[in-house]
Design a protein around this ligand. Structure first.
Ligand code: FES
Ligand SMILES: [Fe+2]
Length: 356
């Protein structure tokens, strides 16, 4: 459980999703906590999205409660003003501007509709380290990507990371919608692909729930492949591939055409040690021009995610209300989550080693 051990903290030299492009405008300031720091977001007059420290260095006033005037942040407490680089440009009570009176500026990249932030050393912020949006089927040909949900969850991010790598819970927490008996009873195969950690379940002869039958317009049993790719530190790409019964055992090259595929993109970004920013997008190959299918998927996932959040917040309470963090009894189905923990620990350890 997070923290994995004493002294462990979030890896900072990493890209995290901070929000959506359409949340950030040139007419006001969005404040969001990222890795235990307040961060403000807005657009300059030329439309560039920027991210700055959200704490005024004068008297700690939250700049998220301050106005944006002509592209500059004017602290709502005593009027000290900062430009888009974080440089102080005006102090109402004096002419001289001390060098320490400035805001940290965070590297920020807009890719598709996501804003990616780098909370660590700006010199190491290489945008090529952001997951490839073609590879994750957001910008690739033949896929319909959709911005879906934004939540602030009252629980530590690692509970969400492990929920997403532990899909045996689908059978029970999401029974009747995305959960079927075959998910929990099928062994997960975990493969480290370097940039991501893949958990695969190949489910033979699964029953389609009513939701899947509706959106796929297919009735009867199927084969189903469910993959979760974890791109550390916080992106999980869930694959669902539906195929006619018997496809998984068909010889390579003689598989019948797939019934459809979709991806759910879950971005998990720690807000504080006990609060999490959670952003969800979808993409799919089927019925791309049918709004009713989009609406059905959105409605079902609204309920599914509410079930996840309810479970995770309840676990957070269960952990924090005890004097000491309780131990966990881990089982085979936890393999993916445990490999994911090791990945995150490895990132943190490597970062710490580079500082010594
Ligand atoms: S606290 Fe911001 S100007 Fe005083
Ligand atoms: Fe879930």
């Amino acid at each position: 459980m997070f923290p994995f051990r004493e002294g462990y903290d979030f890896p900072r030299n990493q890209w995290y999703v901070a929000g959506w492009s359409n949340e950030v405008t040139d007419s006001g300031i969005l404040e969001r906590w990222i890795l235990n720091e307040p961060v403000i977001f807005y657009r300059t007059v030329d439309g560039t999205a920027v991210a700055l420290d959200g704490r005024c260095p004068h008297r700690n006033y939250p700049l998220g409660k301050s106005p944006l005037k002509n592209g500059k942040v004017e602290c709502g407490y005593h009027g000290i003003t900062f430009d888009h680089t974080g440089q102080c440009v005006h102090i109402p009570t004096q002419v001289e501007i001390p060098a320490v009176c400035s805001l940290r500026a965070y590297p920020l990249v807009e890719k598709w509709r996501w804003l990616w932030i780098w909370p660590g050393d700006p010199a190491k912020a290489d945008p090529s380290l952001i997951p490839d949006h073609d590879e994750i089927r957001i910008t690739s040909e033949g896929w319909l990507p959709l911005q879906a949900f934004t939540y602030e969850v009252q629980a530590r991010a690692q509970l969400f990371n492990e929920n997403l790598m532990d899909i045996s819970h689908l059978t029970f927490l999401h029974a009747g919608t995305i959960g079927t008996a075959g998910v929990a009873s099928t062994e997960v195969e975990v493969i480290d692909q370097g940039r991501y950690l893949r958990g695969t379940r190949r489910i033979r002869g699964d029953a389609l729930t009513g939701f899947f039958s509706d959106v796929l317009k297919y009735h009867g049993d199927i084969d189903r492949e469910v993959l979760i790719d974890f791109y550390p530190p916080g992106l999980h790409v869930a694959w669902e591939m539906f195929m006619p019964l018997g496809s998984l055992d068909a010889a390579e090259g003689s598989r019948p055409p797939s019934l459809g595929e979709y991806r759910v993109h879950h971005a998990v970004t720690p807000a504080t040690h006990h609060k999490t920013n959670y952003f969800v997008a979808f993409s799919r190959t089927f019925a791309r021009d049918e709004q009713s299918v989009t609406d059905t998927i959105a409605a079902v996932f609204t309920d599914v995610i509410a079930q996840d959040i309810d479970a995770i917040e309840a676990i957070e309470q269960m952990i924090t209300q005890r004097d000491a963090a309780p131990r966990e009894v881990l089982v085979r189905g936890d393999r993916h989550s445990i490999f994911g923990r090791r990945k995150l620990e490895g990132l943190f350890d490597a970062e710490r080693a580079s500082h010594t």
